[in-house]
Design a protein. Structure first.
Length: 694
């Protein structure tokens, strides 16, 4: 990838060499000097610098290259290298705002000498202005500071968590795509209303990171042309919730030193229409006035992550979609709507009536090349400060690349998780070796290995169940349906964000351990709010084998529940006759297994419970030759003592973490079983179909 192309006439070769050397000294190591400004060279670069002289103006081919660059949406800069007044430039070129006089002036000048060419003198003031303008169009990660000033210990490998704007300095592997996307956005900005830019890709392609750590900070550098609001998350509370539209507008205003009252923002969003439009017009106008009196307002960019949720029936998501669609239908202010979504949902977006008449620009994230993956592996480690530098064994890099070639779906997400896990495990040694990678199960086994560590760590806790199956049962209760659930009727699963109080208390320590292993993200909406938990990425629904198997079992339980409720309704409608208590044998055992699933247990009403009791009573009274007796394991074991009675002994560490002792027979060792929440009572029904109370 060649980020910058220099185009010049045949008489200005010395100036081109001098400017190329200056670019190299100032960090632009990939400058392409091209005396023809060919179409191929222009397409490969992120910016084009035209060295304008009287000879260049007389060359029709060079002038055509300038307009071709503008039409492609490139960042175009004109540097005047001889005594040529700006007024002599062609119409449209002099008003572009990116014209810099490098001819020597009365101020201090820089002189370059060449053995074969004549000496070249540039204006230092003009070079300083050019440097500042080029910085605004930077793409490569090395142009962004790392680590962040307010977070010096931030890890460069973020795992399944999406990179954010502060991670622009470690966002590697997508330079070519960034150049293309930025070009397309500049072209959209030059057009009329109805600007819609779609970043689409498969799950695990890095759409969120591309939007947050790629496009957002790079467009943010060009604040003369764009006002990029913080990326909005539309899945929950897209208008007023955490990461919603109201928060994005408030943050943008505060960053510019002109904070807006939250009540004013919320009222304008709630009112919509002209009130909302005036709010954003005022924001963009003030941004332009701060830069230069009389300057044109920048194009407002409203970016929405996981935008497929805009197509759902959720009321707030639909209101957000209607609000931004109405805003972008006029240039008051000029707006580009950027949506990051799964490629499979793009067809539904095209059919969405709210965006009828828009000019969608689809940008599909392609698969990454082997060299791009290499930069993802090696690049972030190279940004660490010398005191914390991490070495990556070359053999490991090749092993990762070989595994990526055979990984199938979701290679980028799986690589990100592997790198984060290895970085954390090897932080003390400051070197990551291939042997460490082998121990962790390589790319295919990294996620399952992390889940296995969670169970092992829990098993070492004296308060946790000794039996691994019991720990797995607790883990399942904590994950489903609170953090992962099936979408009814779709055959697919989805993530959901759960508040701490929603997760069963006895499963909470395991969810906390998942967060430590970066399989779950733990956060708070605002300081002082209740913590929330969420699976770190959609790929866990497919790539975490245990979770995938559990989710596959859920539809069968749904079917069991549906059959039970239908049979209970018929039994109740026929006077609760024993003849209509049809569940028996294996079918009854399946229905009674619902008692072990709190998420399904809550869906049983009094009729359902009474029906199961009637079925059990009928089976007891039926000779074994007629009805197969249920396995012994389905019976509730008799236990001495009361499971709900509080003990007077002091709580152990496991109990304080959420695990409790369940008293067993005196002749047997005590077993570890989850205790029900206070007030939930014993899930086993009494004879009247109601729940026993502890």
């Amino acid at each position: 990838m060649q980020p910058i192309c220099l185009s010049y006439s045949k008489d200005d070769g010395a100036e081109a060499k001098a400017l190329g050397l200056w670019l190299l000294e100032n960090g632009w190591t990939e400058a392409l000097i091209d005396d023809g400004a060919s179409g191929e060279a222009i397409r490969r670069c992120e910016a084009v610098i035209f060295l304008v002289s009287r000879g260049w103006l007389a060359d029709e081919e060079r002038r055509a290259g300038y307009w071709r660059s503008r039409s492609l949406g490139k960042a175009v800069f004109c540097v005047i290298v001889d005594a040529l007044p700006i007024e002599d430039l062609p119409s449209g070129m002099s008003v572009s705002g990116r014209v810099f006089a490098l001819a020597p002036d009365d101020e201090a000048s820089m002189v370059r000498s060449f053995e074969a060419d004549r000496a070249v003198t540039f204006s230092i003031r003009g070079l300083d202005a050019l440097r500042a303008a080029l910085v605004q169009t930077r793409v490569n990660a090395r142009f962004f500071a790392w680590p962040p000033q307010n977070e010096p210990d931030r890890a460069p490998y973020r795992g399944l968590e999406a990179l954010d704007a502060v991670d622009a300095g470690v966002f590697f592997g997508r330079d070519a795509e960034l150049v293309e996307a930025l070009d397309a956005l500049r072209s959209l900005a030059a057009g009329g209303p109805g600007r819609l830019f779609i970043v689409a890709g498969e799950a695990g392609a890095g759409k969120s990171s591309f939007l947050r750590a790629g496009l957002a900070p790079r467009l943010g550098c060009d604040d003369a042309s764009f006002l990029f609001l913080p990326v909005i998350r539309s899945t929950e509370g897209g208008l007023f919730g955490p990461g919603g539209l109201a928060e994005a507008i408030s943050d943008a205003a505060r960053r510019r030193g002109r904070p807006l009252p939250d009540t004013d923002i919320r009222e304008a969003i709630a009112a919509g229409g002209e009130s909302f439009r005036r709010l954003l017009e005022d924001l963009t106008s003030r941004t332009a006035a701060e830069r230069d009196i009389g300057a044109s307002p920048p194009t407002l960019v409203i970016a929405i992550d996981q935008a497929e949720s805009l197509l759902c029936d959720n009321d707030e998501s639909r209101r957000l979609a209607a609000l931004i669609a109405g805003l972008a239908s006029e240039d008051r202010p000029a707006v580009i709507i950027v949506l990051a979504m799964r490629l499979s949902d793009y067809g539904a977006l095209q059919r969405e009536k709210l965006f009828a008449g828009f000019r969608p620009c689809l940008f599909a994230l392609p698969s990454m090349s082997r060299d791009a993956y290499r930069s993802v592996i090696e690049g972030p480690a190279g940004r660490l400060p010398p005191a914390g530098r991490m070495e990556i064994e070359p053999a490991l890099v090749e092993a990762l690349l070989d595994d990526l070639d055979e990984s199938g779906d979701d290679p980028l997400a799986r690589l990100a998780f592997a790198l984060q896990s290895l970085y954390r495990l090897c932080a003390y040694d400051r070197i990551i070796r291939k042997a460490d990678y082998e121990k962790c199960g390589r790319l295919a086994g990294m996620i399952d290995a992390a889940a296995g560590r969670v169970l092992a760590i829990a098993g070492a806790d004296p308060g946790a169940p000794r039996d691994r199956d019991a720990r797995l049962a607790l883990l399942r209760r904590g994950l489903i349906p609170w953090l992962a659930c099936n979408v009814p009727g779709s055959g697919t699963a989805r993530r959901r964000r759960a508040r701490m109080r929603e997760i069963p208390l006895d499963s909470l320590p395991l969810i906390e351990l998942l967060a430590e292993e970066r399989l779950v993200t733990r956060g708070v909406d605002r300081p002082g709010d209740e913590p929330t938990f969420e699976l770190a990425h959609d790929i866990l629904l497919d790539r975490w084998k245990q979770l995938r198997d559990w989710l596959a079992e859920e539809p069968a339980l749904d079917e069991t529940m549906e059959k039970l409720k239908r049979a209970a309704s018929e039994w109740d409608a026929h006077g609760r006759s024993a003849e209509w208590a049809k569940h028996a044998g294996a079918l009854l055992q399946k229905a009674e297994s619902i008692y072990a699933k709190p998420e399904f247990l809550a869906r049983l009403d009094a009729v359902d419970r009474a029906y199961l009791i009637a079925c059990r009573e009928r089976q007891k009274s039926t000779p074994r030759t007629d009805v197969s007796h249920p396995p012994r394991s389905c019976k509730s074991p008799r236990r001495s003592g009361s499971p709900g009675r509080a003990t007077t002994r002091s709580a152990t560490r496991g109990e304080r973490a959420g695990w409790r002792r369940w008293p067993g027979p005196a002749s047997q060792p005590r077993s570890w079983r989850p205790v029900l929440r206070v007030g939930c009572g014993d899930p086993r029904p009494k004879q009247d179909g109601t729940r026993q109370r502890s």
